[in-house]
Each structure stands twice: as C-alpha cells, then as structure tokens.
Design a binder for this molecule. Structure first.
Ligand SMILES: C[S@@+](CC[C@H](N)C(=O)[O-])C[C@H]1O[C@@H](n2cnc3c(N)ncnc32)[C@H](O)[C@@H]1O
Length: 348
C-alpha cells in the first residue's frame, strides 16, 4: 500500500512512507485539533486525481500533516508545491519528503485562514495569466472547522473582479463532513439546499466527487467525509457584490421551514418591512409562499438585482442589520416585533 518504490514514476528517489514519518517523528494525531490522518496511498492518490492534470501545475496543499496527500501530489510531477501547515510537529517530516523533489517544495508553518495565498505564487504567473491561464490548485484534508471558513474566504476572493487574480483561476479540492458536502452541492428543491449551496454555486461549479469511509482515517472520525471539487466560473451567476448576495441569501434562509417571505422581510427595518418586502418580491417575480430551499438561482439573481436597485434609491437600506437589531433588543430586554418572536432557524 505504501510501497517505497511506487513514487519513482517521475524519477523521485524513494520517499519514506507516511507510517515511517509518523514513527520517526512520533506524530500522534491530536484529537482536540481534529487531526485524522490518511495513510492509504490509493486513497490519497484518488483525492489528488480529482484535481485533474497536475503535471507542471502550481499546487498549494493545506494541512499536509504527516504527508500522505503530499506524497501523491509529488508523484503527479507538479511544477511547484507549497505546503501550509499549522502544527509545527509536522514540519521536519515534510522537510524530509521535500528533499525528494529539490527546489519544488516550499513549506510554510502557518494558519491557512490568515495566510496570503496571492503572495505565495511566483511573479511570472501574475503577468502572463491573460494569455495563458496558470494551472493552480489548492488541495487539502483539513479539520471541518477550517475547511468551511476557508471556502467562504476563498469564494469572497473569487467574487472580487479586481481582487487578487489567483483566486478566480484556482481550482480547489477539499474534504468536508459529508452533510456539509451535501449542502454545498444541493440543487433547487433539495432538502440540504442552504446558504452555502447558493454562495458556492453562483461562483463555482461544485462537485461532490466521492465519500471516504471513516475507517480510512487514523484515528477514525465520528462523521463521514466527502471530497468536493470547486472550479470558479468565468462569470458569476449573480453579478452583484459578495456582501449584497450574502445578505439576501442569508435573509432568505433565516427561517428555513417557513415561506421565504418570512426570511426576506428581515432585509428591511420594521417600520417599512411589509411594504418593502412585497415590493421586492413582486418586482423580482418570486412567489412569497415558496420555501427557501425551493428558490432557484434565477430567483436569487432577481432578488439580488432588485434589492440592489432599492438600495441605490435608499442607501440607508443596505446598512440595516436585522441580526444586530435582534441582539440589541435582547440586551435591552425590549419586546420583539412579531417577526422576531420566532427562533431564528438560520444555518450555513
Ligand atoms: C485532518 S488532518 C489531515 C492531515 C493530512 N492532510 C492527512 O490527510 O493525513 C488536518 C491537518 O491540517 C492541519 N491544520 C489544522 N488547521 C490548520 C490551519 N488553520 N492551517 C493550516 N493547517 C491546519 C492540522 O495540523 C493537520 O495536520
């Protein structure tokens, strides 16, 4: 399974196996840091294959740990491999692996949630991408508490037309808890349809590629794991600023089990809530009795475009924050408005 000779396909010298690295550096998985290692190289190869052709690609692996996926990436003959690992215990083992591909691997001890990805890639990539788009990939098996904020941060960057170029060019292959993967890829009408489905699918093609059984990890996690692949779209499906789309989508899913009208009205201050919500839904041609999960991408596009126009007419509208108002009322023990009496059912 972890045969030494296997990695010789691209003339790499024999690499230590993951098991050998773990033993050599005494790398116990830390449960409190949600560390679960993949030791089966057939599986790590399968994850890496989901990224597509990696020959001559620039790859960033997030959370490489003892290096199972790292070995498979090196085996794909990439041009450059950047490893970002938060736990310093793994750095010496990764250095050992990197010696097999001199000059190709850079190891950063850091947190991927604060790491500036755009600074990590060579300058020539930034200059030439319009003629020849660079082949850039992010791959990782991270704790679930990190992969969801990472994807949201990345989507926000993808959405910025004038933002750092690499985000709109970078494909991502990441593991998620199976239920989160189902939300990311849920279609209109699907029970798992959520804020995460709309935010990711309006910016990317999102594919749930395969499920990894829990017993493939050491130690075994309590949940199943799925590998999800993201390719940024050339044009977002909703051509409005990220913050505006997020606000509209968040409001729609505020009360999952109720008619979508109930959530969407939280976009507006109490004094004009009913009137403005009716105006928005009528102009956007959205049936107010639909449930949030029944709203299609074009419903959301219409809602965002119309809400944008309303905010242009009255700039104070965008500043209104329902959740903030709710918090303040709680602090002051003031009576809530009718629409605020129900528990918020919002989720990711
Ligand atoms: C679930 S383990 C997986 C390790 C390895 N990729 C594998 O598949 O065997 C997650 C890894 O991500 C690292 N990690 C956790 N949070 C991180 C963060 N914010 N930035 C970078 N690495 C992180 C952990 O230290 C650990 O090595």
């Amino acid at each position: 399974m972890a045969a030494r000779g296997k990695v010789a396909a691209f003339n790499l010298p024999p690499l230590p196996t993951v098991g050998e690295i773990i033993k050599l550096f005494r790398l116990q998985a830390q449960k409190q840091l949600s560390q679960n290692f993949l030791l089966d190289l057939r599986l790590t190869d399968k994850i890496v294959r989901q990224a597509g052709k990696l020959k001559n690609a620039h790859v960033c692996e997030v959370g490489p740990g003892p290096g199972g996926i790292t070995r498979s990436i090196l085996n794909a003959d990439v041009e450059q491999l950047l490893l970002v690992e938060k736990d310093p215990r793994f750095i010496p083992g990764l250095q050992m692996l990197s010696e097999a591909a001199p000059g190709k691997v850079r190891i950063v001890h850091g947190d991927i949630l604060t790491f500036k990805m755009e600074k990590a890639f060579p300058k020539h990539l930034k200059k030439n991408w319009e003629d020849e788009p660079p082949n850039i990939h992010i791959i990782g098996n991270l704790p679930f508490s990190v992969s969801t904020p990472l994807i949201i941060k990345w989507l926000e960057n993808v959405s910025k037309k004038n933002g750092p170029f690499i985000y709109g060019r970078t494909q991502m292959t990441l593991t998620f808890q199976k239920e989160v993967a189902e939300r990311l890829t849920a279609n209109t009408g699907g029970k798992q349809r959520s804020r995460l489905s709309i935010m990711s699918q309006h910016l990317c093609t999102v594919e749930n590629r395969f499920v990894i059984p829990g017993q493939a990890f050491v130690p075994k996690p309590e949940v199943d794991v799925a590998v999800v692949h993201f390719t940024p779209l050339v044009q977002p499906k909703i051509q409005q600023p990220f913050e505006l789309v997020e606000k509209v989508v968040r409001s729609a899913f505020q009360f999952r089990r109720k008619h979508c009208f109930r959530g969407i009205e939280t976009l507006f201050p109490e004094s004009e809530r009913l009137k403005k919500t009716e105006e928005l839904m009528m102009a956007a041609d959205v049936d107010p009795t639909l449930r949030p999960f029944q709203l299609s991408m074009s419903h959301f596009r219409n809602l965002c475009n119309t809400y944008r126009k309303m905010c242009e007419e009255d700039p104070s509208l965008f500043a209104y924050n329902y959740r903030e108002e709710l918090k303040q009322k709680k602090r002051q023990h003031l009576p809530k408005s009718i629409s605020q009496t129900e528990q918020t059912e919002e989720e990711n």
